[in-house]
Design a binder for this molecule. Structure first.
Ligand code: ADP
Length: 494
């Protein structure tokens, strides 16, 4: 019984756990998807902003090549001299006149490459320090820009907080890298978590740098609070549902007990009436016989014979009527179903149902019933009458167990077959049945309990006999009583 209860609770707990975990996983996945989408948007913006900057360098060089140097002696500063003031990332502008050579051979090589490729090319690149040169071959004068990557980043339009954002942004070129935004390395260092990377080359042929944005999300960034709230909600919901279910079960049990109680009352009433009829019928028959004798005696005497005869005839008629009334009452309360509506009934299920109904009573008395017998036994019986018998036997056993200390209480029910009949034994470890009580146990109105009607067992026996079965009682060798109910088996079933 308790095992079943615990099993039921376990299913609730298991179901709740699965639901809570599934929801928590969904929440975590949703949060990760949101974080990833945000990261990818930031990475796209970073790529666009940096691309816009480097494309400017191509445009500046192209404009310088187009304008060519201003003739000597002009008062105003040449455009290239003003460029560093306009563009903070341009550290210097160098140029090589028609009959000059580059001081730096690397610039000369870059210019030659630019000449062949017909666009600007990279000169010296020192990504660690954030410096590089960009050279455009032009005629008659070629130009080179000295650029500072650190000044190139448009922080005003930057989509993230450069110091606190967990996203790391790096420019890469030929195994060298320049860190634009450090990001949060502490998460990634542990190795665990989700690692995302967005890599794309800058949109400029002349400056083939890769923008690499990375983000590592650790377990700490999962929405733990929301997940916990969800789990608590599920737990609260399931507890409420479980409570409701228990209430429903308790109500059903109470209704069933009420029904059984009503049946019991009806049956008890029937038993009572049957007993009364039996008791009344004998004296009434005697009255009838006596008055008939008196009538014959009166016949011998001469005076008032007619009156006496008439009175006696009336008395006899009354007595007969009384006997008829009793007979009618008896016929009315005779259970028409005793033996009439026998159907195949699963004995195991009947016993389980009775145990289930009496579960609160067992718990109240600290009794854990044990059900033995592995075979399924189907008997020919009236289901309601069988319910009644099992319920009565169990209740009697529980009452008997009240008389011994809780630690000694045991109740063992065994279902099986014996001599081609279905058998149920109810054995308790109560005080047992005194030898003088044993022969009178099934008598109507015999009870040793204070306030007991003494009709329960007599009713059970009548019901069992009515179904072609028997009910017996005995004392166990180890102490306590055992009641044995035998019923015909349903032959069609195993
Ligand atoms: P009631 O329960 O009203 O007394 P019953 O017919 O059910 O009427 O029981 C008759 C008597 O049988 C009880 O008073 C009790 O003395 C005895 N009896 C029944 N069951 C047991 C049992 N399991 N152990 C000991 N005595 C029992």
């Amino acid at each position: 019984m308790r095992q079943q209860l615990w099993l039921g609770v376990r299913w609730w707990v298991l179901g709740g756990l699965v639901l809570a975990l599934a929801g928590a996983v969904l929440l975590a996945r949703q949060s990760l998807a949101e974080q990833r989408a945000l990261f990818e948007t930031d990475a796209r913006i970073v790529h666009r902003l940096l691309s816009q900057q480097v494309v400017q360098h191509d445009a500046i060089l192209a404009t310088l090549a187009l304008l060519q140097p201003v003739p000597q002696g002009t008062s105003s500063a040449s455009p290239e001299q003003r460029l560093p003031a306009l563009y903070p990332q341009i550290l210097a502008v160098q140029r090589r006149g028609p009959d000059q050579a580059w001081a730096d051979p690397q610039l000369a090589r870059a210019e030659a490459a630019s000449h062949t490729l017909r666009h600007a090319t990279l000169g010296a690149v020192d990504l660690e320090r954030g410096r590089y040169q960009l050279v455009l071959s032009a005629s008659p004068t070629s130009y080179a820009l000295d650029l500072d990557l650190r000044a190139m980043v448009p922080w005003a339009e930057w989509p993230m907080q450069p110091q606190s954002s967990p996203v790391r942004v790096v420019l890469e070129h030929a195994d060298a890298r320049h860190v634009i935004q450090p990001g949060d390395n502490t998460v990634g260092a542990a190795g665990a978590g989700w690692h995302w990377e967005a890599r794309k080359a800058l949109a400029s042929e002349s400056q083939p740098f890769d923008v690499v944005s990375t983000l590592t999300v650790g377990a700490g960034q999962l929405p733990w609070l929301r997940m916990l709230a969800w789990m608590l909600t599920v737990a609260a919901l399931l507890t409420a549902l479980h409570h409701l279910q228990r209430q429903r079960v308790a109500r059903q049990r109470a209704e069933e007990l009420l029904r059984l109680g009503q049946v019991a009352r009806l049956n008890t009433l029937g038993e009572l009436a049957a007993g009364m009829a039996h008791e009344l019928n004998q004296p009434l028959t005697a009255v009838l016989a006596n008055t008939q004798a008196a009538q014959r005696l009166l016949d011998d005497e001469p005076p008032e014979l007619g009156t006496a005869r008439g009175a006696m005839a009336q008395a006899a008629a009354q007595a007969r009527r009384a006997a008829e009334v009793v007979g009618r009452l008896r016929r009315a309360v005779e259970r028409p179903d005793a033996g009439g509506t026998l159907r195949p009934v699963n004995l195991n299920e009947t016993v389980r149902r009775a145990l289930y109904l009496l579960e609160p009573e067992c718990q109240r008395r600290d009794v854990a019933p044990v059900l033995q017998g592995t075979e399924t036994v189907t008997v020919l019986a009236d289901a309601v009458a069988l319910d009644q018998i099992v319920h009565n036997l169990l209740f009697n056993a529980l009452q008997a167990l009240e008389q011994v200390p809780a630690a000694q209480r045991s109740l063992i029910l065994t279902i099986g077959t014996r001599d081609g009949r279905g058998e149920l034994t109810v054995a308790d470890s109560g005080p047992g049945i005194p030898p003088d009580v044993l022969p009178r146990l099934f008598e109507p109105f015999f009870s040793t309990r204070q306030g007991g009607l003494g009709l329960g067992l007599s009713l059970c026996e009548t019901l069992a006999n009515g179904m072609g079965g028997t009910l017996g009682a005995a004392n166990r060798a180890l102490g306590g009583a055992v009641f044995t109910l035998l019923l015909p088996l349903d032959e069609d079933r195993p």
